[in-house]
Design a protein around this ligand. Structure first.
Ligand SMILES: *Cc1c(COP(=O)(O)O)cnc(C)c1O
Length: 371
């Protein structure tokens, strides 16, 4: 069903039924293996749909004080805190919200240990193996500051911690690669893992993707759990909300410079920033038999504000709707006021089919984002 056309574009359109499809897989995996699954808020923090997510997930994990607070206030259940660099002020507030706190380095752990006694404490390890298509997002890239490198250093503070976190994947849909890396981690960190109550395997595993060998994944996790007898956490972001939203836009002009270019009332940089950061085209339905080829572009003044090039069956005209797929993860959390462009509203289609405009942004939001 298409949403009401009288909602003004642009808007992010989140379909709870599509989130539910991912949640069903997650809940199957949890039942099969006993893993707990916490949502990575840095990927998706649209709290209007936390009601649904809360029924299937075990809580949230965060990368800053504000995310931890949001998880505590709007999601509940388990609240895991992590940050690449805490301040003392962060720690004092975070400990009110979280049940697990993960440090990125031994020096931070030592500095703040006294402050967080009573919480379950973990440390991030850089296992020096990873999977990522992009160096920018590779947690084990050269000179990476993400996690402790030296396992002998960890052994010295092992009595201070209950758990460890390995986040070593980015959009990894290759099960064999994950499996090999987990074997490596099991071997390399065996004596540490045997002493832990929990381990988080981080996010970035694309296990809700169509065709992912979920059965094999479950088997692998089960044997890992059996070996080390600990609680395993997964921290998916993208896998929870993949394919669950669209950015709905409208054509405002069509120009020609060697090819036809349709300009829409949204933009890559402020509304789908990752397309620019990773240099990937937006997912827009393209018809191989479509005779009309258009570059779809944003209306910011950035010359390279381009969603991609697609074939359509009909000539596009001003007012036509262009739907950009897969617009849930790393979009709304990154939106910004570049060019002062109108911010897409957030619209949710509930499981029962009701459509709600949960947030509209106004000139005042833009005004008060600065002073
Ligand atoms: C980014 C991140 C996640 C979530 O990653 P996805 O690719 O969205 O699943 C989980 N844990 C940590 C530590 C992260 O940095």
């Amino acid at each position: 069903m298409k949403p009401n056309i009288n909602i003004e574009t642009p808007y992010y359109f989140i379909d709870e039924k599509k989130i539910f499809k991912n949640l069903k897989k997650i809940s199957w995996l949890k039942e099969k293996t006993g893993v707990k699954v916490v949502l990575a808020l840095k990927c998706f923090s649209t709290w209007s749909v936390f009601g649904l997510l809360r029924e299937y997930l075990d809580g949230t994990t965060s990368s800053s004080l504000y995310e931890t607070r949001l998880g505590y206030e709007k999601f509940g259940k388990e609240t895991h805190a992590y940050c690449v660099g805490y301040t003392l002020e962060d720690i004092k507030e975070i400990k009110k919200y979280s049940n697990i706190i993960i440090f990125n380095s031994i020096s931070q752990l030592k500095r703040f240990y006294k402050e967080v006694k009573g919480l379950s404490i973990g440390i991030r390890i850089n296992p020096k193996v990873s999977y990522s298509q992009y160096d920018l997002a590779d947690p084990a890239r050269k000179f990476s500051r993400l996690g402790v490198i030296d396992k002998n250093e960890i052994k010295k503070i092992i009595n201070l911690i209950d758990g460890v976190m390995f986040h070593f994947n980015c959009e990894n849909d290759n099960f064999e690669n994950f499996s090999n890396n987990l074997d490596y981690i099991s071997k390399e960190f065996e004596d540490i893992l045997h002493k832990m109550k929990w381990v988080s395997l981080g996010g970035g595993i694309y296990f809700t993707k169509k065709g992912y060998p979920l059965n094999e994944f479950a088997k692998k996790l089960k044997s890992f759990i059996k070996k080390f007898k600990l609680q395993v956490y997964l921290e998916p972001g993208e896998s929870v909300v993949t394919e669950a939203a669209e950015l709905v836009t409208k054509v405002v002009d069509i120009v020609h410079n060697e090819i036809d270019i349709a300009i829409v009332d949204a933009s890559t940089e402020p509304h789908m920033l990752d397309l620019l950061i990773y240099g990937t085209p937006a997912k827009i339905k393209s018809y191989p038999d479509g005779k009309y080829r258009y570059m779809i572009a944003g209306r910011s003044c950035l010359a390279g504000d381009i969603f991609g090039v697609y074939n359509f069956r009909k000539k596009l005209k001003v007012g036509d709707i262009i739907r950009i797929q897969d617009a849930a993860g790393y979009t709304m959390v990154k939106k910004n006021w570049f060019n002062g462009l109108q911010m897409p509203s957030i619209v949710v289609k509930r499981l029962n089919g009701n459509i709600e405009v949960v947030r509209k942004f106004t000139y005042e939001d833009y005004l008060y984002s600065l002073s």
